[in-house]
Design a protein around this ligand. Structure first.
Ligand SMILES: [Mg+2]
Length: 437
């Protein structure tokens, strides 16, 4: 089986960008935070901080405990996106980028002479050298090459930082035996528990398991696909169509109350609707998620006929928001009324449900059930809830004057909050996600 895939992954990307641009941070353990607050978590860590065990998801308190010298830096999403485009142009000038997988990861399909190890190794060296010369020596990457993308990704994880690793079919499965199960792509905490329940505790055991066994572990055909991927077979991915558009935001301390959370949710919803239309989709489901200081996150979902208009989504948001817990009234109220932005619980503390849940700390909204806009017949103002003309005007103003130029009132408290978030599987488009909205 030839070498068919290359995967390039930038090392500790957010932290490395900061260290590249701010020399005073080089060599220091950094924790990148979404907002500067004691209750938040690191969204990234520099290689120096990783040596102390600080990683994505480590809380500020734990990071301090693990590494007393840690330096916290507030994330600058717009800067990381700008650097992403610069880096991608450099990589693309040497090896044609096949697919951008996330802000710090790209894949390239190998064909022809590029499938020869000496050729693709030489190209990889050229990429690294050009990145060093044109972007800077701190922004290193690890490159993995293998018979399929899964193994290329695995290879890229084997040597960090600044790695270049090739896995050949002939090296399998032994080449994988040095890894832990959770080092493999697609094996998170839950899958690890499942594997353990089926008696699989090592990569050796995983590789020895039959297709049928893995089908049982995964509970479906995905287990068979995993079996094939481990053997270098390029599993045909189902045609990729975006499944959802979502944004979430850790609330800064001054918005950790009802109306503050509501205004951020409103803004995130308007932003998701804008992106939905920019990408040509309609959505038929909307979910919101609210995390609380003293309670597990709460989620609620609404289903509706496919649409893309902002006002419609804001109406649904208001309905979902009215069901939230911890607002000091019982859930037995017959018809919860959407709160107006000018009312709500204010900042007052008290007894009852609110005291039990604590204040909201993070909010998120996801639009799903997506379908291409041209495949649906859009009822124009049929039930008074569609406003495509209004949205088109909104989108036009925002494109011309910036995303903060115009927004529906509910978001006014959060006009300068909820800056562009970077999900690891989504590269923000600078046109629809300028910083600040
Ligand atoms: Mg990376």
């Amino acid at each position: 089986m030839p070498l068919r895939a290359l995967l390039l992954d930038f090392n500790s990307y957010f932290a490395s960008v900061e260290q590249q641009l701010r020399p005073e941070l080089r060599g220091r353990p950094l924790g990148i935070l979404p907002v500067v607050a004691e209750t938040t978590c690191c969204i990234a860590a520099s290689r120096e901080a990783k040596r102390y065990g600080v990683r994505t998801g480590t809380s500020v308190a734990d990071a301090r405990r693990l590494c007393p010298d840690v330096v916290f830096v507030q994330a600058r999403p717009a800067v990381y996106v700008e650097m992403h485009h610069k880096l991608m142009a450099i990589v693309d000038s040497v090896i044609a980028v096949g697919e951008v997988l996330s802000i710090d990861e790209v894949a390239c399909d190998l064909t022809g002479s590029w499938q020869r190890e000496e050729v693709i190794r030489e190209l990889s060296r050229q990429v690294k050298q050009k990145l060093r010369a044109e972007a800077g020596e701190i922004l290193t990457c690890s490159i993995g090459i293998g018979p399929n993308r899964f193994l290329a990704k695995t290879a890229s994880n084997m040597q960090k930082p600044d790695g270049l690793t090739v896995i050949h079919e002939a090296d399998l499965p032994d080449a994988l035996y040095g890894l832990k199960l959770e080092d493999l792509n697609g094996i998170g905490r839950h899958m690890l528990e499942r594997l353990n329940r089926y008696g699989i505790y090592s990569v050796e055991a995983l590789c020895a398991a039959s297709r049928e066994q893995l089908r049982r572990v995964w509970g479906g055909v995905e287990g068979e696909r995993y079996h094939d991927r481990l053997r270098g077979i390029e599993v045909v991915r189902p045609p990729s169509r975006r499944g959802s558009i979502g944004h979430s935001h850790v609330l800064p301390p001054h918005l950790r109350y009802g109306n503050g959370a509501w205004s951020v949710l409103s803004k995130l919803t308007q932003k998701a609707a804008l992106r939905l239309r920019a990408e040509g989709y309609l959505a038929s489901r909307m979910s919101i998620r609210v995390s609380w200081r003293r309670h597990d996150a709460w989620e609620s979902t609404a289903k509706f006929t496919p649409m893309s208009d902002t006002l419609g989504f804001l109406r649904i948001l208001a309905g979902l928001w009215a069901e939230r817990p911890g607002q000091g009234r019982t859930g037995s109220e017959a018809t919860p009324r959407p709160p107006l932005p000018s009312e709500g619980e204010g900042r007052g503390e008290g007894d009852g449900p609110k005291a039990r849940w604590g204040e909201p700390t993070k909010v998120g909204v996801v639009l799903s059930g997506l379908a291409p806009a041209e495949q649906e017949t859009l009822p124009l103002f049929a039930d008074g809830t569609r406003s495509p003309g209004l949205d088109a005007a909104f989108d036009k103003v925002r494109r011309k004057f910036g995303n903060d130029a115009l927004y529906f009132g509910g978001a006014f408290l959060a006009a300068h909050e909820a800056p562009m978030r970077i999900a690891f599987n989504h590269i923000p488009d600078a046109a629809t996600e300028s910083d600040g909205f």
